[in-house]
Design a binder for this molecule. Structure first.
Ligand code: MF3
Ligand code: CO
Length: 251
């Protein structure tokens, strides 16, 4: 069952998502050489709590932190720790906040100082692929119309989309139906209906789309050790244009 949110529920979703987006922005501002990933996680945690919200990821299936911080060839679910960022790193920060019964979920990849041309292209293509995807996120279309647009854009730029992790519905639960893959066929998958809220989150690799999970059970890295980037927003399907909920405007 795909949850359709009513206006009251959507107002609460907007609030949760604003806190989430502000946490992402704060993390992004901290990305610079010499900063530990643990320090960024602590700041994300403290900010979310200061807003009267809870970090969605903390203790989710045993996840030990508030943010996922995934550097260079780490795709997703990097566990913050003692690593200090260095010039040239690309740093994916994924955050979630739970507020008044609803979750927000968003991510972005940030440059640490000066980065390579290829790394910058990867970040730009990953972000733009999200917008290509949500251009299809209108009522009556189907989930894989989004997926296909993301895949087509990424592959036309010479990169690959991760297959084994996907976007998802988000709301009262962090992960709800439907799954929102970043690859697929037009006209397939569940139909999009106003009031659906989905996390659209392309994970894009420079090389192979294959990934592996390290022994900690979380850290997911590219199989070939090449770079990966991530971009995610929580998005509402409406009668017209999709509404990106994880925005900082008005906060
Ligand atoms: N944004 C990610 C997702 O949608 C983060 C989940 S991390 C976890 O799956 F720790 F909560 F699992
Ligand atoms: Co997500």
């Amino acid at each position: 069952m795909i949850a359709i949110k009513n206006e009251h529920e959507l107002e609460l979703m907007r609030q949760a998502c604003k806190i989430t987006a502000a946490a992402r922005a704060l993390a992004g501002e901290m990305v610079r050489p010499g900063v530990s990933t643990k320090a960024i996680d602590q700041a994300v945690h403290d900010f979310i709590v200061s807003q009267g919200a809870k970090p969605s990821f903390l203790n989710y299936s045993g996840y030990p932190a508030s943010a996922c911080i995934s550097v260079n060839s780490t795709v997703i679910h990097g566990i913050p720790g003692h690593y200090t960022l260095k010039e040239g790193d690309i740093v994916s920060v994924d955050v979630g906040a739970y507020y008044k019964g609803f979750h927000g979920d968003c991510a972005a990849t940030f440059a640490c100082g000066a980065i390579s041309t290829e790394a910058q292209k990867l970040i730009d293509v990953t972000k733009q692929s999200f917008f290509e995807g949500i251009a299809q996120a209108t009522k009556g279309k189907r989930v894989q119309d989004i997926s296909h647009a993301i895949q087509t854009y990424v592959e036309s730029n010479g990169f690959s989309v991760v297959r084994s992790f996907v976007g998802h519905g988000v709301g009262r639960q962090l992960h709800e139906e439907p799954e929102v893959p970043n690859y697929g066929n037009p006209g397939r998958g569940p139909r999009l209906i106003p009031g659906m809220t989905i996390a659209v989150e392309p994970m894009v690799n420079v090389g192979t789309y294959d990934v592996r999970v390290l022994k900690d059970g979380w850290t997911t890295v590219t199989a070939d050790g090449k770079l990966s980037a991530h971009y995610e927003n929580t998005v509402l399907i409406t009668d017209g244009e999709p509404e990106i909920l994880t925005v900082t405007e008005g906060l």
